[in-house]
Design a protein around this ligand. Structure first.
Ligand SMILES: [Zn+2]
Length: 487
């Protein structure tokens, strides 16, 4: 008995030693102090006025492209010419599908692969009926209470106008990059990016088949709520989830509802959807969460660090805690979201066909084919037809964090946001960046250099989209520093 007790004690001590050793051995991926990025010389308030002017141009893209009003896109192009004269004198400018814009600032060393900065010109519409809820009208570019309001203030005109502002300022200061800088601005990001990003990527590929770094919108410097940390965290998207919509349908004899069969087509489809929701895709830490935790670990309290460092033992604990919120859950697995159900249209008539649409967002590592297979398996009903809607796509390639491009990015972030931790993560939504990823699979990042809290983040695509002027100044400083650091 005493021997068993001793063995148990010994095993416990060994376990404690392993946990501790793993925790102490944990590498620190954060940089030390970095010299502050130089200020960008701008006339007072001029940069904010330039952005406000762009917010007044309602470049709304519609899901049905034929319904998109093209006039504002012409107005925006003319506005950019007027507002950034040096950019338009000195950079080569090309267009694709009339509205997509590509600027090229040739570097002095053609042996260096270019840096590509992305942004998009279009914005989502304002939900009809919500206009009156805006503190300032969505297309007026007005300030109130320390914010600049407007559709596009966060998504994505701040990046577009901010990048041009930084280049204009560098040109004014006589700066000449060694590395070529490309700026590509699509005009239909909110509606799939086929005319903009895809065409721009094809044009770039002709002259620059390989890029040093691609930077698009994505994560930002979140001031609150990441892993309970008090300090801000710069979330850099190293991949974006894939996308797949499946249509599940069942057909059966229609007829009068007074004599229904035991299982109607509506019931069959509903049961299939219920089975899919009851059996979510497996939670995985290796789809992006592990990398995030590794970067945050040095900053969290010791107990949490021990958990982060020993995912082989505490993986289940981490998964359970993340799965408790929709955003945590989305980081953890390929998600299953039933979005549309259709059946009959009369209360006393059985429909002959019922249909459900289910949308999946694929974690890196899960392929479209594997998801379709698993869906069929879970439904396990040969009378349910499963059909792919449109083209599904896998998650984008996962870019590295151990290359020179990421280090440049990380250093630049720290030079503008000295208090921020930098951490890689997987973007849950979609960006234009995926269209360019094949030109730079190792270093395509998704990051908007602004400091923001959760409340402001939620205004993106919603009501009262807004930006702090000080955050915009930092964004311009970031882009100027990035071009210098990369060039
Ligand atoms: Zn966007």
């Amino acid at each position: 008995m005493r021997l068993i007790f001793r063995l148990f004690l010994l095993a416990l001590l060994a376990l404690a030693a392993v946990l501790l050793a793993n925790t102490l051995r944990l590498p620190n991926h954060q940089l030390g102090a970095v010299p502050a990025a130089p200020a960008v010389a701008l006339a007072p308030d001029s940069a904010l006025a330039h952005l406000a002017g762009a917010l007044r141009i309602g470049t709304v893209s519609r899901t049905n492209y034929a319904e998109t009003d093209s006039l504002p896109f012409d107005q925006l192009a003319a506005y950019l010419r007027r507002t950034f004269p040096l950019v338009h004198q000195r950079l080569k400018r090309q267009t694709v599908n009339h509205y997509g814009l590509l600027y090229e600032w040739a570097g002095t060393d053609p042996a260096l692969k270019p840096l590509l900065l992305l942004a998009h010109q279009d914005v989502v519409p304002v939900l009809p009926g919500t206009e009156a809820q805006w503190t300032r009208p969505p297309f007026a570019g007005q300030q109130a209470g320390g914010y600049l309001y407007g559709r596009g203030a966060l998504d994505d005109k701040l990046n577009l106008v901010g990048q041009l502002e930084a280049v204009e300022a560098l040109l004014r200061a006589g700066y000449q990059p060694r590395r070529t800088v490309l700026l590509a601005f699509g005009h239909d990001e909110e509606t799939q990016g086929r005319r903009g990003a895809a065409a721009l990527a094809a044009l770039i590929q002709l002259t620059h088949p390989q890029l040093e770094m691609v930077l698009d919108e994505g994560g930002l410097v979140k001031s609150d709520g990441v892993a309970g940390l008090a300090q801000p965290v710069a979330l850099v998207g190293v991949s974006e989830k894939g996308y797949l919509s499946l249509e599940l349908s069942a057909t059966g004899p229609g007829g009068h509802s007074s004599m229904p069969p035991a299982l109607t087509s509506v019931g069959r489809v509903a049961a299939a959807v219920a089975r899919l929701e009851a059996q979510p895709f497996p939670a995985r830490l290796d789809g992006g969460v592990s990398g995030l935790l590794a970067y945050l670990a040095p900053a969290v309290p010791f107990g949490k660090r021990l958990v982060f460092a020993n995912q082989w033992l505490f993986g289940g604990l981490i998964k359970n805690s993340l799965a408790a919120t929709p955003s945590g859950n989305a980081a953890l697995r390929t998600t299953t979201a039933p979005t549309i159900m259709r059946g009959g249209d009369k209360d006393n008539v059985l429909p002959d066909r019922a249909v459900a649409t289910v949308n999946f967002r694929l974690l890196p590592g899960d392929s479209v084919g594997a998801v379709v297979c698993r869906v069929r398996e879970i439904i396990s009903d040969p009378q349910i037809q499963v059909q792919t809607l449109g083209e599904g796509r896998d998650a984008s390639p996962v870019s590295g964090t151990d290359n020179a491009a990421f280090q440049t990015l990380q250093r630049t972030i720290r030079s503008v946001f000295p208090a921020a931790l930098v951490a890689p993560y997987v973007v849950v939504g979609a960006t234009d960046a995926r269209a360019y990823a094949h030109l730079c699979p190792q270093a395509t990042y998704r990051f908007t250099p602004v400091l923001m809290d959760q409340a402001a983040i939620e205004s993106l695509h919603g009501t009262n989209e807004r930006l702090r002027p000080a955050a915009y100044q930092q964004l311009i400083r970031f882009y100027a520093a990035l071009i210098r650091n990369a060039g």
